[in-house]
Design a protein around this ligand. Structure first.
Ligand code: NAD
Length: 261
């Protein structure tokens, strides 16, 4: 293990009957996806906060879909990292193991993790913004990407919308949007509750690759895990560092694969 690795982490892991892990975009940086700060400035000429919001979607749904089309493509082009696989291997060894992630890239599921709570939604599904019906996100993208309805031609989409044939319109009158928790929206209540419960049960909490700036996710690593020994794994200091029991200044893949071995 690297010099930053505490000797007792493996022992703590072996002794823990209940483990909770909180991950953020840093773990997917290992797969080549940008962290939030990486994409958090501008996308083309648009602020991400303006795109990832109900207001942004109402203003320009096609623009928002174009952004997600690009990100979906990026997600599909990368593989889970050794750190993702290590968490799946740990889950197989521990009866009560919960992985709460802020990531929407599905890489934990692709690595084989099963008990995954996707706090901020998932970029593999679309939902109707009126009746909440779900369908695969790729179906919507495929419908948008037919030769006569291209993502680069907003006028085509808008004119189709007028006679009700837009691929973005659901038959209930709502519109298809990505199943992502946008700025200003609440997290899915049942997912958040399950994450709070897991944090409260946990004897060991691993906090991997998150800046801890997004609430309520970050509270899992602070006030929600009342009995856990909390270990942060992040190459940089974060706002969580002062609150955790141990902070390991290393990349996720420097620590987790060794821990899972
Ligand atoms: P963030 O960008 O705020 O923080 C990323 C953290 O990861 C930083 O503290 C950084 O030091 C750390 N990091 C970078 N490389 C690392 C590595 N190799 N190992 C361990 N840590 C590493 O991201 P956040 O805390 O996840 O919050 C931002 C929001 O952005 C979340 O709501 C999330 O849903 C969203 N987001 C998701 C994805 C994704 O699904 N892949 C990508 C970008 C943003």
């Amino acid at each position: 293990m690297p010099v930053t690795e505490p000797d007792d982490l493996r022992a703590r892991l072996d002794a823990a009957r209940s483990v909770c892990v909180l991950t953020g975009s840093g773990i997917s940086a290992e797969s080549g996806l940008p962290t939030f700060r990486g994409v958090g400035g501008l996308w083309r000429t648009h602020r991400v906060e303006e795109l990832a919001s109900p207001q942004g979607f109402a203003r320009d749904p096609l623009l928002v879909w174009s952004w997600y089309a690009e990100r979906r493509k990026a997600h599909a082009s990368v593989e889970p990292s050794p750190a993702h696989f290590a968490l799946a291997a740990l889950e197989a060894r521990i009866a009560d193991f919960t992985l709460a992630t802020q990531n929407v890239d599905s890489l934990h599921l692709r690595a084989g993790s099963r008990n995954v709570l996707e706090l901020h939604g998932k970029m593999r599904e679309a939902k109707c913004n009126r009746c909440d019906e779900r369908r695969p996100l790729d179906d919507v993208l495929a419908a948008l990407d037919t030769p006569d309805v291209t993502l680069s031609d907003p006028n085509v989409i808008l004119s189709l919308s007028k006679d009700g044939r837009s691929p973005l319109l659901h038959h209930c009158g709502g519109m298809w949007r990505p199943d992502i928790v946008w700025f200003g929206e609440a997290l899915p209540a049942h997912v958040l509750e399950a994450a709070f419960d897991a944090a409260a049960r946990a004897e060991l909490m691993l906090v991997v690759g998150t800046s801890g700036l997004v609430q309520p996710a970050a509270s899992l690593a602070t006030k929600r895990c009342t009995r856990a020994y909390v270990v942060e794994i992040n190459p940089e200091e974060t706002v969580l560092t002062a609150h955790v029991d141990r902070s390991i200044r290393a990349r996720a893949s420097d620590v987790l694969p060794e821990l899972a071995r």
